[in-house]
Design a protein around this ligand. Structure first.
Ligand SMILES: Nc1ncnc2c1ncn2[C@@H]1O[C@H](COP(=O)(O)OP(=O)(O)OP(=O)(O)O)[C@@H](O)[C@H]1O
Length: 310
C-alpha cells in the first residue's frame, strides 16, 4: 500500500536519511525503531509529504506521493513528536478547529469529536483548556486530532516520549485497538523497543540514517540464534568491570542496563565462572547472572555495539 524507495535527505553536511527502503501493507502495524538522531523523524516527515526528499520515491497504492501529495494526504493521519495544539483553547475547541481544517462541519463534525474523545478517554475533560492538561493528556488529544478524518494510514512519531506511565499504556492500548479492530495501517516510530515489540507485526531497525535490519520480530530475534544474552545483576556499577568484560575473548558485546550489564556471547559459551572472577577482581558484588531470551534491544546491541537509548 505504502512503499518507500531509496529515500535520502541531506541537510548541508548531515545526511539524516541515507537510502532507506520500506513498505507498509494494508492493515499492518510496522515499527521504525532506532535511537535518537537515527533519522526516524526526517524519514517520516518525507513519507508524510511534509519535507521534500533529496532523492527517492514514496508510492501510495502505486502512485507517486511526492509528485501528487493529494493521493496520500486526505487518507493520512500524522501524530507529530511535538504537541501541535492551541494551549489557550479547550480540548473541544481545538478539535472543532482542526476538524474544520479537515473539511468537517455541522453534526458530522460534532459526532466525530465525540467519537474520538471517547476513544482517547478524555470525554469528561473536554471543556478544560489544553494548558491545564498533563503532558500525557495533551498527547492523547494530539492523537485524537490526527484521527478526526478517519485516516487509512496513521504515522506516529514517538507518541509516548516523556509522559506518565498511565497515559503511555492508554496510548499503546489505543494504537493496538486502531490497528486490530479498526484495521488502520500504522507506521509507529519509537526508541522504546518494548512498545514496538508489543504493537508491531514487522520492524525496521534504523541507525545513522540507514535501515540496518528488518523483518518480523521473530526473524529479527533469530539474528541472535547463535548467541546467548546474559544479564549480570550487580550491587554497584563499575567502569573497570565493563573494560574487563570487553577484554574477555568470548564476550562479543557489553552494554549497561538498569540492573547491571548485559553481555552477548556465542551460543553455549561458558563464561559464568569468568564473570564472577572478573567481578571479584573489580570488587563488584554480583547479585545474579541469568541467560535471557533475546529482545529487539539485544538485536540492536548485537548489530551496532550500542544500546538503543545511549
Ligand atoms: N532541519 C534540520 N537541519 C539540520 N539537521 C537536521 C534537521 N533535522 C534533523 N537533522 C539531523 O538529522 C539527524 C536525524 O534526525 P531525526 O530527528 O530525523 O532523528 P530521529 O531518529 O527522529 O531522532 P529523535 O527521536 O531525536 O527525533 C540528526 O543528526 C539531526 O540533528
Amino acid at each position: 500500500m505504502l512503499q518507500v524507495n531509496n529515500l535520502h535527505k541531506k541537510f548541508k553536511t548531515i545526511t539524516a536519511v541515507n537510502g532507506i527502503n520500506l513498505y507498509l501493507e494494508e492493515g499492518e502495524s510496522v515499527g521504525l525503531l532506532g535511537p535518537n538522531g537515527a533519522g526516524k523523524s526526517t524519514a517520516i516527515s518525507m513519507i508524510s509529504t511534509l519535507l521534500t526528499p533529496t532523492s527517492g520515491d514514496v508510492l501510495f497504492k502505486g502512485q507517486d506521493v511526492l509528485k501528487q501529495p493529494d493521493v496520500l494526504r486526505p487518507v493520512l493521519g500524522v501524530v507529530p513528536q511535538e504537541i501541535a495544539l492551541y494551549e489557550e483553547l479547550t480540548a473541544y475547541e481545538n478539535m472543532l478547529f482542526f476538524g474544520k481544517t479537515y473539511g468537517l462541519s455541522g453534526k458530522k463534525l460534532k459526532r466525530k469529536i465525540d467519537e474520538v474523545l471517547e476513544l482517547v478517554g478524555l470525554t469528561e475533560r473536554k471543556k478544560e483548556r489544553i494548558k491545564n492538561y498533563s503532558g500525557g493528556m495533551k498527547r492523547r488529544i494530539n492523537i485524537a486530532v490526527s484521527l478526526m478524518h478517519e485516516p487509512e494510514v496513521l504515522i506516529m512519531d514517538e507518541p509516548t516520549v516523556g509522559i506518565d506511565p498511565q497515559s503511555r499504556s492508554y496510548i499503546l492500548e489505543m494504537v493496538r485497538e486502531l490497528n486490530r479492530n479498526k484495521g488502520m495501517s500504522i507506521l509507529y516510530t519509537s526508541h522504546y523497543m518494548e512498545e514496538v515489540e508489543k504493537l508491531c507485526d514487522r520492524v525496521y531497525i534504523m541507525d545513522h540514517g540507514q535501515i540496518i535490519a528488518s523483518g518480523t520480530k521473530e526473524e529479527l530475534k533469530s539474528i541472535l540464534s547463535s548467541e546467548d544474552t546474559i544479564l549480570i545483576e550487580v550491587q554497584q556499577k563499575s567502569d573497570q568491570l565493563i573494560n574487563h568484560l570487553n577484554e574477555h575473548a568470548l564476550i562479543q558485546q557489553v552494554a549497561e542496563v538498569d540492573q547491571g550489564y548485559k553481555v552477548i556471547v556465542g551460543k553455549g559459551a561458558d563464561v559464568f565462572a569468568d564473570i564472577f572472577e572478573i567481578a571479584n577482581k573489580c570488587q563488584v558484588k554480583v547479585r545474579g547472572v541469568h541467560i535471557q531470551t533475546p529482545t529487539l534491544e539485544d538485536v540492536f546491541l548485537h548489530l551496532t555495539g550500542r544500546k538503543l537509548r545511549d
